[in-house]
Design a protein around this ligand. Structure first.
Ligand SMILES: NC(=O)c1ccc[n+]([C@@H]2O[C@H](COP(=O)([O-])OP(=O)(O)OC[C@H]3O[C@@H](n4cnc5c(N)ncnc54)[C@H](OP(=O)(O)O)[C@@H]3O)[C@@H](O)[C@H]2O)c1
Length: 159
């Protein structure tokens, strides 16, 4: 199973302000949806609660330090650790696990995944949730795909 970080990041490395996204961009949301559809998506409890409901047609794996009720009918499962969530997705034979934030989760996973898909927004913005540093010695930018309002930078590990 391939683990991929997917994140939308401003030019000054902001991904959020408090519990929300500090911008609205339907094109990027559509890109997120089509990329992650029918795969497993892992996220922190704060990010999940900002969505209000599970992402449809995806396995939703939410990380929290306090136990919460799973809702198998909605494909929603909580885990006390990231490792347990990854094991769960592997057992279910998912080919791709998308790590979808937020800041705490990205920081713990930045060098533990196989690939980064960064939607680079075209602006700087105020916020207090950052994307972690992408180390040049670990990651190599392989391609950039241009969309109308953002571009997707794809990084693979150098080794
Ligand atoms: N631009 C983007 O692509 C993007 C994507 C996603 C989110 N965001 C933004 O990011 C922000 C949220 O990020 P955040 O850093 O505040 O929160 P977060 O990473 O979404 O969630 C943090 C929570 O996850 C749980 N957690 C994290 N690591 C854990 C671990 N190792 N073991 C157990 N539980 C763990 C804890 O939940 P408990 O408190 O329940 O213990 C913690 O409070 C929002 O502004 C959101 O809009 C942006």
């Amino acid at each position: 199973m391939k683990k991929i970080i997917i994140a939308a990041v401003s030019l000054n490395n902001i991904i959020g302000k408090d519990e929300t996204l500090p911008w609205k961009n339907s094109e990027e949301l559509t890109y997120f949806k089509t990329t992650t559809l029918n795969n497993a998506v892992l996220m922190g409890r704060v990010t999940y609660e900002s969505l209000k409901k599970p992402l449809h047609d995806r396995l939703n794996l939410v990380i929290s330090n306090s136990a919460k009720e799973n809702k198998p009918s909605e494909n929603l499962y909580y885990f006390l650790s990231i490792i347990d969530a990854i094991k769960f997705a592997k057992k279910r034979d998912y080919n791709y696990l998308f790590i979808a934030g937020g800041s705490e989760i990205y920081s713990q996973m930045i060098n533990e995944v196989d690939e980064l898909l960064i939607s680079r927004m075209s602006f700087e913005i105020e916020g207090n949730k950052h994307f972690p540093k992408i180390s040049n010695s670990i990651w190599e930018q392989k391609e950039v795909t241009e969309f109308n309002s953002f571009s997707v930078e794809r990084y693979l590990k150098r080794f």
